[in-house]
Design a protein around this ligand. Sequence first.
Ligand code: GAR
Length: 205
Amino acid sequence: MTKRVAILISGGGSNMVTLADSMRADDHPARPVLVLSNDPQAGGLAKARALNIPTFAVDHRPFGKDRAGFEAELNRVLEKAQPDIICLAGFMRILTADFTAKWEGRMLNIHPSLLPKYKGLHTHQRAIDAGDTEAGCTVHEVTAALDDGPILGQARVPILPGDTADDLAARVLVQEHRLYPAVLRRYAAADRTPVFLSGEINAPS
Ligand code: GAR
């Protein structure tokens, strides 16, 4: 049975596009059924529409501090789409334990650091400031704790002398676009063996 995948985004959605593209392969065990954003202006929504993927936005702002109300609306939309797997792909809202418990075992996230290092924001600047020689990205299952949960894959890149956070973010993003589709393919086939990639500079994405 082909797995149904919902992808949650907040921004440009480059990871969403690479996931959707990867699922076009005839032998892929999953297909995208929904792209959902907390921002009606998210650039990724137009990209998803261009790929003929149904889209929906639940603007978080009218809910203010009412996270439960916002998530109830997310759940309403998700339940209609009946996803087997939810991929958070640059989804920048913190989720409550109730929401993560509901989807636990079915929800993945990509985070731009080598977890468990640098949970949260500003990961690239923090890696540079710490004098690290290596950075990367992680795909993991989502649990109640932020940027935690079983690791399903990591890709590593070097940090070069003089790198800015933007330089590093761009280098890591190339690897995100390799890693997330590779993990999703395995996960959709019920294979949770972690994927480990080592990104050479200028490696093809
Ligand atoms: C990606 O770098 C992703 O790892 C990061 O946001 C970016 C989204 O880019 N996610 C997080 O920081 C989550 N904590 P995209 O919209 O082009 O995929």
